[in-house]
Design a protein around this ligand. Sequence first.
Ligand SMILES: Cc1cc2nc3c(=O)[nH]c(=O)nc-3n(C[C@H](O)[C@H](O)[C@H](O)COP(=O)(O)OP(=O)(O)OC[C@H]3O[C@@H](n4cnc5c(N)ncnc54)[C@H](O)[C@@H]3O)c2cc1C
Length: 540
Amino acid sequence: MTSSELASDAAQPVPEVDVLIVGAGMTGINQLYRLLEEGFTVAVLEAGRGVGGTWFWNRYPGSRFDSESYTYGFLFSEELFDEWVWSEHFAGQPEIERYVNHVVDKFDLRRHITFGVRVTAAVWDEASDTWVVTTDDGATHRARYLIAATGVLSVPYMPDVPGLADFRGESHHTGRWPTDPLDFTGTRVAIVGTSSSGVQVLPTVAPDAASVTVYQRTANWCTPLNNSPITDAEQAQLRADFAQLKQILDTSPHGFHHTPVERSAFDDTDEERQAFFDQVWNSAGFRKLTSNYSDVVLDPAANELWCEFIAAKVRSIVHDPVTAEKLIPTDHRYAQKRPPFVAGYYEAFNLPNVELVDLRATPMVRVTEHGIETTDGEREFDVIVWATGFDFGTGALMRLGVRGVAGRALCEHWADGPRTWAGVQTAGFPNFFFPGGPHAAAGNNPRYNSDQVELVIDVLRHAREHGSERIELDPDAEARWTSMVDRGAEGSAFGSDNYYFGSNIPGKPHRLLLNAAGRPKLLKTFAEARENGFAPFHFS
Ligand SMILES: Cc1cc2nc3c(=O)[nH]c(=O)nc-3n(C[C@H](O)[C@H](O)[C@H](O)COP(=O)(O)OP(=O)(O)OC[C@H]3O[C@@H](n4cnc5c(N)ncnc54)[C@H](O)[C@@H]3O)c2cc1C
């Protein structure tokens, strides 16, 4: 019997698999591996032609980790950790994609995944307590549980600029970069956007391109990534320390292995502070947040000192004082937006072929056949790189076509913003989970996404042990978590006007999409749920 016959046979709707996962990124693969280990039958549907999610789609020049490679990878197998040798502390996209493929092949996971199919509808079938899922190739699947591992940064955002279709050259969003590499040699390049992706593209393409014009709407607080190769001795030490490292990564507040600093910025003298900030500037990756002064993120006065330090660095690196001033943010504090980490970004503006266009001063008017027109005229290009971000948090889930009890659409239920318990389930949508979704935490994603993956495993195991076929979230649990997230928006480190709140997407409700109480709150909530027999859920 085919899957569509199964789906249309209302008298005897038999689930094809216990669990259907949407998405073969880090979260989907982790969930797949763990479900198989626990004896569930599983199938995965993935829109892309390969595994990796973020690391499949974001293959733009300069794409790389901001999390230390070995803290980002899967931790479910020590053998995997031992055998995979990362070349750098912050690996680049090709290596990350190779790693995810290696994992999928090593554990024979590929045969469970169907590639190149996009889920367009997922409808709850009350009569059989199953999900009926439709894909864009017309196929229908039925499963007891539906797990959307569809990512928070998987729907690219293109600004609505007139004339987008008129451009005759190459035009690509960083989040949908073509699989055939682009040769930038001798080309005239435009980069639109200067957050985490745009700042990685510039120094990578500038040496080869004839010219690069960077279109900036908002300057960001960029600090050096300080990447380096992993030496043999470091690799040996990592292997020896696996158990300890895993223990730290499984429990640390941000999912990193960085040591927090207990000192306030005001405990030190000016000289001591300058020396400490220099040390932080020279440290690797997210340590600028996690191993900075304890008050640098939350206390505006401490934050200002760190911002002044970064601004002085920018002025000392960028030769042209007008360009330097434009590159220094004036509208947000450090960490109110996700801070980018860079290698040679500010230095690139000293190259004779690199120009900065301030879109606040000269807004974009239209894309033309040959380039981009701003209020100060048209510039011609061969390539336009759109580094314009994503519909963060809810973008992919809102496009899944999910309908729960009584046909209620998820889009309707979340019309004013997401409503979740622990960023993993929502009321009125039984047997539907979304690890890696909005409202969970912030930091090194795979670590708190793994916390959610493990919670899902425990809930499904609990249901199996108790003979339950329907798992439903208590609306009160959803209300409590959602109002906790909303309350956290007030005075949080995340500011109030950026993609964490959906502000980059016209018409999107202004709601915090992250949980400001972070991973400690998530882990505590999961521990309580395990102790109280998963009280936030009704099992039947
Ligand atoms: C450029 C970039 C760099 C990043 N760097 C870091 C970093 O250094 N550290 C960090 O912690 N985080 C980083 N992130 C965040 C990153 O998204 C997460 O770390 C992680 O990859 C999320 O994994 P995921 O599996 O939850 O989602 P994704 O990797 O986004 O995977 C979701 C998958 O679901 C698929 N999908 C979505 N909708 C459908 C549908 N309807 N039908 C079928 N398939 C669908 C997508 O095609 C995608 O493959 C970065 C993000 C970006 C964009």
